[in-house]
Design a protein around this ligand. Structure first.
Ligand code: C2O
Ligand code: CU
Ligand code: CU
Length: 451
């Protein structure tokens, strides 16, 4: 399909039982699928999606990571589509939009974690430059959508308790493309392109191939300048990454592992345990993962001649020095009175749809210092709509390579400095924590880009 084309489809949310690992699961799907159908477009294309809400709750669609106008319904952080109603989304992907791995999911404030945890998420691929590099073209391409679920005996989604909401809900059932431990084969030639999306509302994935390196070629916003060899890759909720895997001559199996990761919040957990009357170590053992889990297996028949890795990918521009530097504190405030809630905040303020938190000017570059001051030292992945950014430093240490991001992990106690070019579009949009329970509980702010 040539650029300037039209991507047209009908999408509807529905709840219908889906088979997960041979068991019936009552999830929510777009057109009955978990994960949702993969959409593909090119820079310059117009996207027209007729969307119908068949849920019993309000919802909407958000196209995560796309550089599209926040005006109209393209980015739509604020739309409300009530049950039984429909809306036609229409927007154009700019001609110079990078190729990459983007995605879509509901974004109706207050319901986001619940709806994403029920399975509502799908890939939105923009094809372009990266796909045209010869070595990348020669590689076999696989998409891996990572989702976790918590089901009860009847296959219904477990409802979260207070602590699940504070930490962000997680499930024990780990799936890749809606399957448990699937197998991917590496074609002869030995080059495999894995395109990962963490579509879990709160779970982090610390990915590794058993005893085998892999090569990062793209992050949230598109390609790196050259492949970077990694031993492991941490994907926070909302993040994407593309990796190349190279099979050696001999036939082999490589297991894709999810290694244990501590995303903080332990102090809070201990407090909670204290309030509930002790037994802390026992209860904490139930939640925290100690052993690697197998997510998938890559099988390889071996080959006499193997394909080379690309030497160069796509240059990543150097952004000019910022005109403005801002500080954004990420935190949580817990009301200790039993039965009351907690709120997650930016600069001490929980989300208010009528407040503009940050005013910026179109065609300027800003540095934002994201400072995680959470008293429980919980990790918070920060996400900004519409304008991708680059990470400049983490706790003062410069980043090892330049990359386009739209979601970036800010660990407990950390300061991450990002550089954002506000380009092409004026209007109001949002930033928020991509642990979606935190977003629903207030960790979202409005940024107004003035022309
Ligand atoms: Cu993936 Cu505002 O979200
Ligand atoms: Cu988004
Ligand atoms: Cu958070």
């Amino acid at each position: 399909k040539s650029a300037g084309g039209l991507l047209k489809l009908d999408l509807e949310t529905s709840s219908r039982p889906i088979s997960l690992g041979g068991k019936r699961a009552y999830l929510l799907g777009y057109n009955g699928q978990v994960p949702a159908p993969r959409l593909e477009a090119q820079a310059g294309d117009t996207v027209r999606i007729r969307f119908t809400n068949n849920l019993t709750q309000p919802t909407n669609l958000h196209y995560h990571g796309l550089h599209v106008t926040p005006v109209g319904n393209a980015d739509n952080a604020f739309l409300d589509i009530p049950p039984k109603e429909s809306l036609t989304y229409e927007f154009t992907i700019p001609k110079n939009h990078p190729s990459g791995t983007f995605w879509y999911h509901p974004h109706r404030h207050g319901y986001v974690a619940e709806q994403v945890f029920a399975g509502l998420a799908g890939l939105f691929i923009i094809r372009g430059e990266l796909d045209e590099i010869l070595e990348i073209q020669a590689a076999k391409e696989e998409f891996l959508v990572l989702q976790d679920f918590a089901l009860d005996r009847n296959g219904s989604i477990q409802s979260p308790n207070h602590m699940d909401m504070m930490m962000g809900r997680e499930g024990e059932l780990l799936t890749v493309n809606g399957q448990i431990k699937p197998t991917f084969s590496i074609a002869s030639g030995g080059l495999l392109r894995l395109r990962f999306l963490n579509a879990s509302p709160s779970r982090f994935y610390r990915l590794a191939l058993e005893n085998h390196p892999f090569y990062l070629i793209a992050t949230d916003g598109g390609a790196l300048a050259e492949p970077v060899e990694l031993k492991e890759l941490l994907l926070a909720p909302g993040e994407r990454a593309e990796m190349l895997v190279r099979g050696e001559r001999e036939p082999k199996q490589y297991r894709l592992l999810n290694l244990p990761y501590n995303r903080g919040g332990m102090e809070m957990m201990e407090d909670e345990m204290g309030m509930m009357g002790g037994g802390s170590s026992h209860m904490m053992g139930g939640k925290s993962q100690v052993n690697p889990q197998i997510l998938a297996t890559l099988t390889y028949q071996g080959s006499t001649s193997t394909l080379p890795l690309p030497k160069q990918l796509i240059p990543v521009e150097t952004l000019p020095e910022p005109k403005t530097v801002r500080r954004l504190e990420l935190s949580m405030e817990e009301e200790m009175t039993p039965g009351t809630g907690m709120s997650f905040t930016f600069n001490g303020k929980a989300f208010d749809p009528n407040r503009i938190n940050t005013q910026v000017k179109l065609n300027t570059v800003e540095d934002w210092e994201l400072v995680n001051v959470d008293p429980d030292r919980m990790d918070h992945p920060f996400h900004l709509h519409v304008n991708p950014f680059q990470v400049i430093s983490r706790n003062g240490e410069p980043e090892p390579y330049r990359a386009w991001k739209d979601t970036i992990l800010v660990r407990g106690g950390e300061t991450v400095r990002i550089r954002i070019p506000f380009r092409d579009f004026s209007g109001k949009t949002v930033y928020h924590c991509h642990v979606l329970d935190h977003e629903d509980l207030g960790m979202m702010g409005i940024v107004n880009i003035r022309a």
